[in-house]
Design a protein around this ligand. Structure first.
Ligand SMILES: CC(C)(COP(=O)(O)OP(=O)(O)OC[C@H]1O[C@@H](n2cnc3c(N)ncnc32)[C@H](O)[C@@H]1OP(=O)(O)O)[C@@H](O)C(=O)NCCC(=O)NCCS
Length: 188
């Protein structure tokens, strides 16, 4: 496998690969990255592999305002991310939840930052008011990455995850994207 420039630390500014929208052709690469964490880590609370069929279906049916993106470098997908609904109730419509996964053998090369940065820009241009991420307390890398891009911790749910015979807290991190609503004008 060719990693090329990825071996030498962060991407040079002029050569920084840009994420693109994922297609069904990316399903296997996305799952290869994701299922590593399903099996080995509490970064996701999913406990069984995502199948290719499930991922293809998701990619096919995903609405345009809930993008899944991939980051490619030297012809290989090294990471992916998504904007997904936080809750289904209509009043949550201005809120979106971010997720990001970088191939386990490609960490600390700047990919996570590029993907999250791109997701923030997409969320902003899609008109979302706030973007949040739910991180397992042990996902030190994810928490540090989100902090470095302006997210702040806004909540902790105690022991809501149960995986590998252990219970995990979930930390919510949040970034505000637009100004608060104006007070409604009083009608006399
Ligand atoms: C979190 C994750 C996406 C980071 O991806 P990455 O490509 O390694 O991150 P980057 O190289 O872009 O790092 C950007 C910054 O994040 C922080 N960071 C990343 N990894 C870190 C680590 N292991 N420890 C501390 N800080 C870390 C640093 O501030 C880093 O900047 P620096 O390298 O200039 O110090 C990656 O570790 C991953 O896929 N983890 C498993 C999945 C996961 O936890 N996803 C989040 C669930 S939504």
């Amino acid at each position: 496998m060719v990693r090329g420039s990825l071996r030498n630390g962060e991407y040079p500014v002029t050569k920084t690969p840009q994420p693109r929208l994922a297609t069904v052709a990316d399903a296997e690469a996305i799952n290869e990255i994701y299922n590593h964490y399903v099996r080995t880590s509490a970064a996701t609370f999913q406990v069984e592999d995502e199948t290719t069929e499930e991922r293809i279906e998701e990619l096919r049916t995903r609405p345009g305002n809930q993008p899944i993106i991939v980051l490619e470098a030297d012809g290989e997908i090294v990471g992916w991310g998504a904007l997904s609904p936080f809750r289904s109730r209509c009043a949550y419509r201005d809120t979106i939840e971010l997720s990001v996964y970088v191939r386990h053998d490609c960490h600390r090369r700047g990919s996570g930052r590029v993907i999250v940065h791109d997701l923030i820009a997409r969320a902003r241009s899609l008109g979302y008011h706030t973007i949040l991420a739910a991180s397992c307390e042990e996902s030190v890398a994810s928490i540090a990455l989100l902090h470095s891009l302006g997210f702040r911790e806004t909540g902790r749910l105690r022991e809501v995850g149960h995986k590998f015979g252990r219970r995990f807290d979930v930390i919510y991190l949040q970034l505000m994207l637009s100004a608060p609503l104006q007070e409604p004008k009083k009608t006399l």
